[in-house]
Design a protein around this ligand. Sequence first.
Ligand code: 0L1
Ligand code: MG
Length: 259
Amino acid sequence: MNHEQIQALALVVDEAAQTATSISMLTASVPELDLEGAYDVQRASMALRSARGERVIGMKMGLTSVAKMKQMGVHNPIYGHLTDAMRVNDGAAIIKSEHCHPRVEPEIAFVLARELRGPVTAQQALEAVGGVYAALEIIDSRYRDFKFTLIDVVADNASSARFVIGNTSRAVDAVELGNLGMVMEINGQVREVGSSAAILEHPARSLAELANMLAERDEYLQAGQVVLAGAATAAVAVEVGDHVRLLIDTLGTVEFTVA
Ligand code: 0L1
Ligand code: MG
């Protein structure tokens, strides 16, 4: 894939995200798009956002559970970029019409106290963490009917749309990071119950895997960046009027409404 082809595909996914318009899979019309090219498209779409004034403030890991990897027929997670425009304050609203078909996932977020360069072990990755938070990720595939291949979803920035981080920060050694109970409620009803163990068996492994994947491109995570480690349960579709709340052992709550 040459530079012009990558740029053209980045414009397609960027326009779809900006206008909340579902699109056909890129691989349907560009079968030669491979995983490396898909990450190039993802980066080119982030450059379009940067040109409009958005700032990359972190990264997310996706497909981090065994169930989701099996569903996609893959053995490795993927990553996407998070910008300041995607961040929603705890308790604030997301606007459903700004998305094609939003779904919510219960997650753990890390905020880095110092830069993190791979290759690293999970233990080394944790040494860069300044705080651990409860988080909710709102994913929104721009592909029609939420149907895509691994390559398509990577090009679409791993379905990143919005994220919310709780107000309670804990040090990594102050929590049972490998097995935090998580309860996600919608409108006061329990919808999903899970454990942080579902995130690549331990969220620290997810953070290290991200640093290691970035190192393959000579990239690294910077101090102050947010990292969403991945979902602990299946994603749940949200509707206008919904109130979503996540409670995580020792990390407290995080919530948003849908307007
Ligand atoms: O954050 C995630 O795990 C989602 C990654 C992309 C796959 C999807 O949109 O379901
Ligand atoms: Mg997620």
